[in-house]
Design a protein around this ligand. Structure first.
Ligand code: SAH
Length: 416
């Protein structure tokens, strides 16, 4: 049996008394169509008030069971649906079944020499507001709502039953770290089972070795969502010069080199990220193509570096642009689109005629059509015509089950 830190056993447990709710008709319809969220404004009747993590049962207009979910009075997303249609006890068994289903979906990754991937992708795997990532024998569980706190021990025990691990690390979303009242001693980055790692962890993605810092790193330590796009870059890099902009720890860079790129330049303004890139290059020296590639890292602002490369007539066969999220909310969508347009123009300016542009967006507020249109329009303005190779979205371990869950889109195109 896995031993968890004592703090996990001292967390409050969900109230035995479930909250009963009724919601407006459109919300009822949305729940029937498997939308995972019930907003505070949709609630028209509620039996009693509750605390984060209490279970709420939603009844339909005929007072029949509609769904059960996690109640969170601190969020406009008042209930996150766990199960609809028929009642079920929400216990360790129930969580185990969910995690088992999620694990089965990802089984094919094991054959790809990959042991770093997302095991549970929140809403999209039926566990709203909860992420579980795997990095070899370390798992990272990330919570986005205090409603998971009273269920943490049970979900961790369920995980241990489905997939044994050496250690489990807890990450909390930025907003949750501020809700100390509901954390009961839990903190971001805390090891909740096994030994705290002494250094960085190593894991494999498509046969390449990467390090990750699950305690302090961005997301849970690595951008697992780009694995398939990286593999696409590998396939088009043979003999090429590749510019990887917003490179973080060099994911795309290593794949490009492994695919036979002769030169790989990585740009990220974070010095720890470019230092990690250099270490990731070292971790893969056993691969002949990686050993043969010429690498350069530049820890400066991407927009400035691109402008300078243009001035200096530096050109590449492949340009990858994978910036951070530009739009946090609806009000920022226009500014985000304009930043994407600016990047396309800057990226194309350093891309040789006939070279490949790879441009991604991870802003969920910017829908795929608007993003792809913005890229095409800017290319036309720049006098370059883009012939699409592929438009991609989410990888197998980042499934999407509702509209708001879609965030990643990426264009691969040859620029005339
Ligand atoms: N492509 C990466 C993930 C990119 S995340 C991967 O495959 O892992 C976005 C990265 O952009 C972060 O590492 C962040 O440090 C960097 N970044 C954000 N703004 C930047 C800027 N203006 N110039 C350079 N890097 C920037």
């Amino acid at each position: 049996m896995t031993d968890f830190i004592p703090a996990l056993s001292n967390l409050p447990t969900p109230s035995a008394q479930r909250i009963a709710l009724r919601v407006v008709a459109p919300a009822e319809r949305a729940i029937r169509q498997a939308h995972p969220w019930v907003f505070d404004q949709s609630i028209i009747e509620q039996s009693h008030s509750g605390v984060p993590g209490d279970l709420a049962v939603i009844f339909d207009s005929k007072r029949k069971f509609l769904a059960i979910g996690l109640y969170d009075p601190t969020s406009p997303i008042r209930v996150r649906i766990l199960q609809k249609g028929k009642p079920a006890p929400i216990d360790q068994n129930w969580f185990q079944e969910k995690i088992k289903t999620a694990a089965a979906l990802r089984a094919s990754l094991q054959q790809q020499d990959t042991n770093g991937y997302r095991l549970v992708h929140g809403e999209n795997d039926g566990l709203p507001g909860l992420i579980i990532d795997r990095y070899a024998e370390t798992f990272v569980i990330k919570l986005y709502t205090p409603a998971w706190v009273p269920h943490l021990k049970v979900i961790c025990s369920a995980l241990a039953q489905v997939h044994p691990f050496e250690r489990l690390i807890l990450r909390l979303s930025r907003s949750l770290t501020k809700q100390t009242k509901y954390l009961h001693g839990l903190s971001d980055g805390m090891t909740i089972a096994g030994q705290t790692p002494e250094g960085l962890l190593l894991f494999k993605e498509n046969g390449l070795t990467f390090e990750c810092d699950p305690i302090n790193g961005q997301k849970t330590g690595f951008f697992l969502d780009q694995r398939e796009n990286r593999a696409r870059v590998k396939n088009l890099s043979k003999g090429k010069s590749v510019l990887n902009v917003f490179s973080y720890t060099g994911g795309f860079s290593l794949y490009a080199a492994d695919g036979g790129a002769k030169e790989v330049v990585s740009v990220d303004f974070s010095t720890p990220a470019t230092e990690a890139t250099l270490r990731n290059i070292v971790h893969n020296q056993h691969l002949p193509n990686v050993r043969a590639a010429a690498f350069e890292t530049i820890d400066r602002d991407a927009f400035e570096v691109l402008a300078e490369m243009k001035e200096n007539n530096r050109r590449f066969d492949v340009v990858i642009l994978d910036p951070p999220m530009f739009a946090q909310n609806q009000a920022q969508v226009e500014a985000a689109l304009s930043a994407y347009r600016r990047l396309t123009i800057l990226g194309l300016a350093v891309l040789k005629p006939g070279g490949v542009l790879v441009q991604a967006s991870c802003s969920s507020r910017v829908d795929a059509d608007s993003f792809f249109n913005a890229v095409h329009r800017s290319a036309n303005e720049a006098g370059r015509f883009l012939r699409e190779i592929e438009l991609t979205a989410h990888a197998i371990d980042h499934p999407i089950s509702f509209k708001e869950g879609a965030y990643l889109k990426c264009l691969f195109a040859i620029a005339a």
